[in-house]
Design a protein around this ligand. Structure first.
Ligand code: ZN
Length: 307
């Protein structure tokens, strides 16, 4: 674990990269911040989490760090002990942003487990359209165990686009929390997706038929292999982190559109990027959201992995 602090006093916010060793964007971004960042107000903690996994280019060395929170100081697993140390140094932070990437080209999206006011502030400031509410899922991820944490899926693993988009996210995050004063923060409503369940994978050749955040028609098959045929029996279900080969035992998650997450009260909405001449706000569940990823691609493969 590598921790560098910039600035002093409050607020104290943190940017975390390298939770997964096979996702280089987070480490690159934190290294750039260590080299370049000048803090206008408060403290920024810059953390590169899993250095041995990054050196090996593997997701983890002994156990998945993002399934090991809050950690166990007595464990034999490197990542379980590491999770404890990460919790110790970041505990009490006013806001935390953790950077992840995925194996393919889903639209970038943010993830939270508990909607605190700092979390609302972070996600509505980020330049991604989608926000996943993971409160109904497992509680061993960093965003579920460390208060005020948001994770961002910044783009395709290993791509320059993910680094650029991730950096854009970090700057928006730092502005939103008053740490960077180079320009006014902007806040926009986001499409909320509530993650509901994991979709199990059995064996044989896995096949996926729908992309991330693409609504699966009622009665259609989302995914299948030799063991499972996952037919969707209700309306409004969308895949999240859908992947044929990204995970050993799941195809990804099912989620449902869950309305719009509005910016914090009193935060000025960004009017400059609104294409509507009347400044009409994009509210309501029928809101048309972008489906492009960080590279500007329109997602041609359902393959994805990350978080
Ligand atoms: Zn990750």
């Amino acid at each position: 674990m590598r921790l560098i602090e910039r600035g002093s006093g409050s607020p104290r916010v943190a940017v975390v990269g390298g939770i997964h060793g096979d996702e280089p964007a987070g480490e690159i971004i934190v290294e750039r911040l260590i080299a370049d960042l000048s803090v206008d107000s408060g403290t920024v903690q810059l953390l590169i989490a899993n250095e041995p996994a990054l050196a090996a280019g593997t997701r983890y060395t002994e156990t998945d760090l993002n399934r090991a929170f809050p950690g166990d100081p007595d464990s034999d697993d490197y990542e379980a002990v590491l999770a404890t140390r990460v919790m110790q140094v970041l505990k009490g932070a006013d806001a935390v942003l953790a950077i992840h990437t995925s194996r393919s080209v889903p639209p970038p999206f943010a993830i939270f487990s508990e909607l605190t006011e700092p979390v609302r502030r972070t996600v509505t400031a980020l330049p991604s359209e989608y926000v996943m509410d993971a409160s109904g899922l497992r509680s061993t991820t960093m965003d579920s165990m460390l208060a005020n944490t948001v994770s961002i899926e910044a783009g395709k693993q290993g791509s320059e686009g993910a680094v650029e988009f991730g950096l854009e996210c970090v700057h928006a995050f730092l502005r939103a929390h008053g740490v960077l004063h180079d320009r006014e923060p902007t806040f926009t409503p986001k499409q909320l997706i509530k993650a509901s369940e994991e979709v199990p994978k059995g064996g044989g050749e896995p096949r996926l038929y729908y992309r991330n955040f693409e609504e699966i028609p009622e009665g259609a098959v989302f995914a299948e292999d030799d063991e499972y045929t996952h037919r969707v029996e209700s309306e409004g279900i969308v895949p999240i982190l859908a992947s044929e080969h990204g995970y050993e035992d799941i195809f990804g998650l099912y989620g449902e559109f869950d309305g719009i997450l509005e910016p914090p009260e009193g935060a000025a909405n960004d009017a400059t990027e609104d294409a509507s001449p009347n400044g009409e706000e994009g509210t309501g569940t029928g809101r048309n959201v972008a489906r492009t990823d960080a590279n500007g691609n329109v997602g041609t493969s359902p393959e994805a992995d990350g978080s």
